[in-house]
Design a protein around this ligand. Structure first.
Ligand code: AN7
Length: 356
């Protein structure tokens, strides 16, 4: 691996933000060309909220989620530090990303996931990239406790967001937002699971101000699912439940980071019901943007805040769409329009399409 291991359109977040990340000349850069994701204006949501609503489409990262921004830094540092094994617990996306970046680096990876709790697309990535995948009959939270203990005092690198390099990489998404928008948004909305990403965005927005790249900070809103809302409720949820499997987390490791982001920025952490998540999931898909249910929580959150009068008219709003829709084909096939059967003839199709 060397610094020339990827080319445009995205040179990867380490090459792009080298000076802002905890890397040096001795750090081998393990990249898949992450970052540089589109910021899309949503006509539909802008009209609906009477605001300017932008979608940061993180599903277009190499493994289909924002995790890649952090994983490139975490795995690069792991290689620099001569690790024997990369491990993580995961609701799916972290395991997909860890597996891919470990494969890229040529180091072994093991992931521990809640049995039946990971969407098919994500599991398929982890197995294809050659990670050892261990399923346990327990929650993500339990899996995280196990791998944390496993990594302690061994030459094993934990790449959950408790790994400080992960959040450093993930803060680059906030840099891109202020750069692409040409200003700081007034309101920033994103899903919250283990709460690492909201912690990272808040850090990124603050650093952008310190660097003179932007002025002011957005109000930060985190969105949990009603059935998995430990931060909103102020207590651990033993059996978190939601259709959005990525954020089915009951005991967030970065809880304090989320509270700080929301508190210091004048925002908050809110929760939304699953049916609002599913509605938002359809809504963005109908604008051509396919996201997984957890990502749609951002948009459900926007609607919730808008109804509560918390989105002033004309505000600039960024909703982060954290993961790609192809990650979770089962949910799409249950909740989307069903394929229709038709005779294999043009006439039959013409009739069904009312073109006859
Ligand atoms: C699509 O993969 O925790 O609040 O183990 O996959 O930083 O945890 C995934 C989390 C939002 C929440 N959207 O981010 C994992 C995992 C998607 C996600 C989140 C996740 P954090």
């Amino acid at each position: 691996m060397n610094r020339k291991s990827a080319t445009v359109p995205s040179p990867g977040v380490i090459n792009r933000y080298f000076d802002r990340l905890p890397v040096g000349a001795a750090t081998p850069i393990v990249t898949l060309g992450e970052g540089g994701t589109p910021l899309l204006l949503s006509d539909r949501l802008s009209k609906e909220a009477d605001a300017e609503v932008w979608l940061k489409y993180e599903g277009l990262n190499p493994t289909g989620s924002f995790k890649d921004r952090g994983m490139t830094v975490a795995v690069s540092k792991a290689v620099e530090g001569d690790t024997r094994l990369v491990v993580c617990a995961s609701t799916g996306n972290t395991s997909a990303s860890a597996a891919a970046y470990s494969a890229r680096a040529g180091i072994p990876c093991a992931v521990v996931v809640p049995k039946g709790g990971v969407a098919a697309g994500k599991l398929s990535q982890a197995v294809m990239h050659g990670a050892r995948v261990f399923e346990i009959d327990a929650t993500f939270d339990k899996a995280l406790r196990i791998v944390t203990e496993l990594a302690e005092g061994r030459q094993v690198t934990l790449v959950n967001s408790t790994n400080p390099f992960r959040l450093e990489g993930q803060k680059t998404a906030a840099f891109e937002v202020v750069e692409d928008l040409g200003r700081t948004p007034d309101i920033h909305i994103m899903p919250v699971g283990n709460a690492g990403n909201i912690t990272a965005y808040w850090r990124g927005y603050r650093e952008a101000v310190e660097l003179g790249w932007s002025v002011g900070r957005p109000r930060m809103y985190g969105v949990q699912a009603d059935g998995a809302a430990p931060i909103v409720r102020g207590r651990v949820v033993d059996q978190p439940r939601t259709i959005a499997s990525a954020i089915r987390i009951g005991d967030p490791a970065s809880r304090s980071g989320a509270l700080e982001a929301a508190g210091d920025s004048g925002g908050s952490i809110v929760s939304v019901p699953d049916d609002a998540i599913v509605e938002a999931y359809h809504s963005v898909a109908r604008e051509g943007v396919f996201v997984e249910p957890a990502a749609a929580a951002s948009v459900a959150g926007l609607r919730h805040l808008s109804r509560s009068g918390l989105v002033p008219r004309g505000s600039t709003v960024v909703c982060v769409l954290t993961g790609h829709g192809l990650k979770d084909p089962e949910v799409a096939l249950v909740h989307g329009l069903q394929p229709e059967r038709v005779e294999p003839q043009v006439d039959a199709l013409l009739e069904r399409l009312q073109l006859a």
